[in-house]
Ligand binder design. Sequence first.
Ligand code: GLU
Length: 479
Amino acid sequence: MSKPVLRFAPSPTGGFHVGNARTALFNFLYVRHYGGRLHLRIEDTDRDRSTEAALKTIREGLDWLGIAFHGQPIFQSQNADAHRKAVDRLLETGHAYYAYETPEEVRAMQQQAQAEGRRVRYTRNLTPERRAAFEAEGRPKTVRFRVPEGETVWQDPIRGTQRWDNVEVEDFIILRADGSPIYHLAVVVDDCDLGVTLVIRGAEHLSNTPKQVMLFQALGWAVPAYAHTTLLMGPDGRKLSKRLGATTVTEYRNQGLLPEALFNFLALQGWSPGDDREVFTREELVEAFTVEGMLSKNAVFDERKLAWLNGEHLRLKPVSELLRTALNLWIDAGWITAEEAEARRSSLLRAVRLMQPRIRTARDFLNFEYFFNDPEIYEEKARKKHWKVDSPSRLELLIDRLEALPDFSEREIEGATRTLSGQLGISTGKLIHPTRLALSGTNTGPGLFEMMDVLGQETCIRRMKTGLERLGRKETVAR
Ligand code: GLU
């Protein structure tokens, strides 16, 4: 059997919507899993709405997501001759005809047809005399497809056999009065030229497919299979495109989201591995993807899940790569210079390792200023909860023990703290929480002992002493 040929065919008329990205991604997963070729075809026949900027955005988004194509992109506008030839052929074989209704007449005919509950009947068989008269009048001349009787049937690998009663479809224009082809015609000719065997696209195209299948049949060309993915819905149950907030790949990219996470997330919007796995690398998705796993039930775009997946993918990253990302943010924030970072590289790597389980987006690296600067404020809630009347005297004792440590390592710090809490007959938490507050100004974060090891003895002691001053010693703490 010959290899599958697929295409992703965006129109460069706006931002790169996540729904389009998902279509690209399913096409990509298909050819990577089953073999075959995936072409990028730019549907730029709408001259008024197509822009270079939109094309650039789409290509950057595709690159960023890691969706690659076979060969160079194809531009629909460059295939105008073939479009025109196909129209001629349909005219010659009687599958299409010239129509001379003016836009006003068309509107009136549509209104009447609607009132009578039938499709519009255009004048299919003009006598040569009427045609000549219309031409002489200078009326606009379009070409319409003569929709045949019967029904149009196609195989949808996701939705099963689809049947469309042709009565539902009126004779549609294939060539506008200005001589430009409409989308259905161009898409069919271009798909035939590429030898496309399978079209994977969004459910919003379902009503276009019968028209395109009819055109393929009238032209005597092999009809590809058409697979329509689910609609992408917002959590409010409305179509995602109508939603406020981020809906383009560029926006997610600018938010600092990982491309792997968006890729993973979009793959799960309309496909399921059949078990409860959710975190996949690109290669794992290629491996696990099957057409049978594609769903026809609407998918709900849940941003919390996207954020969670982003965290999971951050955890799969090598620490050295994360350090590069974090450093850009930290340098921008003015917490460290590139030279200082170079000198402190090994301790920064350890710091990143501590942060890695606690971040959901790369921007969360900005939650850890206390790895660089002494805290300026202590969170009120944390202070209420953990700074007790006995905290100052206990911390003073702990400072003595920590100052005496010849080796300020996680193990030694932990040992000293636990020994002290044992001697005082209190739980270790009674030392850990106030110490953390003094060190970081907050009550959440990595394990205290590893964190202290990374911060170093001098910094820890200094901050504990400052904490005593500012959080209050025994006499100033309310009971
Ligand atoms: N250019 C069309 C779009 O962006 C897609 C055409 C198709 O996939 O057949 O919606």
